[in-house]
Design a binder for this molecule. Structure first.
Ligand code: AHG
Ligand code: MN
Ligand code: MN
Length: 281
């Protein structure tokens, strides 16, 4: 394994990805329990968390492991903190649509915000397994084969936006956001699949914007800052795009609690500028 702990984390995630994928068919049942943010857990959610937790805790130079699917931070030694969404979009397991794994590596004790991120990445379980890792410079794209990464080159957001996807029920959207989306509809093509990683991968590939807004009855939206929003913002910003909670970069949002939510947007600069000009939450 790589001596550098950050490299070792991504090596470990790549090695575990085929196992996660292979373990999904038998773990599609829902459990009679919820995670900290109130999502009903699937067998696959809990199992992927335990698998990644065990593997990442064993990496030399990792001090903390936290995940969307467990209540507390696990103290696993000395070093960086790793925050994980083990299965992003796990409700897609029922309909057999894509899912992902999200990883953020923080140089600080959790909960802490995206300003402490030193690397972030994700795995996409699509027709093939791919991975994107951001550290310094442009993120690197990979195909994962037999648990090994094969580089497919740097990831850079196209200059022209093409696709958009926003989560939540439209009647629950704030009215200023709904008005902004009317403009987006005239410009871009709708692509929404219900798994952040799969939807963000489309934005990274074709350009555009993905988001999950504040909702009228839930002002912080749905996505979780430490496990989803900040890591994906780190990737998209390194790919030449921007991120926002409606007001500022997601990497500037302070973390007060481990499982806190935030409105989440990532994409081309022009799209994020229009969004920030339109919403007032
Ligand atoms: P998770 O499966 O990790 O809880 O994440 C689900 C998230 C995210 O992946 C996706 O963008 C969003 O929930 C979809 O929500 P809606 O079904 O409300 O659109
Ligand atoms: Mn998720
Ligand atoms: Mn999840």
């Amino acid at each position: 394994m790589a001596a550098d702990p950050i490299e070792a984390v991504f090596e470990t995630v790549a090695a575990t990805a085929p196992e996660i994928r292979a373990g999904l068919p038998g773990r599609r049942t829902t459990l009679d329990q919820q995670n900290e943010t109130g999502d009903q857990q699937l067998q696959a959610d809990v199992w992927a968390d335990e698998l990644l937790g065990d593997r990442l805790a064993a990496v030399e130079g990792i001090g903390e492991y936290a995940s969307e699917e467990r209540k507390e931070v696990a103290d696993v030694g000395e070093g960086y903190a790793v925050a994980v969404d083990p299965l992003d979009g796990s409700s897609n397991l029922k309909s057999n649509n894509p899912m992902g794994t999200v990883v953020g590596i923080y140089d600080g004790s959790l909960p802490t915000g995206g300003h402490d991120l030193v690397a972030a990445g994700f795995v996409l379980y699509g027709p093939i397994t791919t991975m994107v890792v951001a550290r310094e410079g442009r993120p690197e794209g990979y195909v994962v084969e037999d648990g090994q990464r094969r580089s497919i080159g740097p990831v850079e957001l196209p200059e022209e936006p093409t696709v958009f996807g926003f989560g939540g029920r439209e009647p629950d959207w704030p009215t200023d956001f709904a008005a902004y989306v009317e403009g987006v509809r005239n410009e871009l093509k709708l692509r929404y699949g219900g798994a952040m990683i799969a939807d963000v991968s489309q934005v990274l590939t074709y350009g555009g914007i993905f988001g999950y807004p504040a909702l009228q009855n839930r002002p912080s939206g749905k996505l979780r800052l430490l496990f989803e929003a900040a890591p994906i913002a780190y990737v998209v910003e390194h790919a030449g795009g921007r991120s926002s909670d409606g007001d500022r970069s997601l990497l500037s949002v302070p973390a007060n609690t481990l499982h806190q939510r935030t409105p989440t947007f990532v994409g081309n600069e022009s799209c994020i500028e229009d969004l920030e000009a339109a919403v007032d939450w």
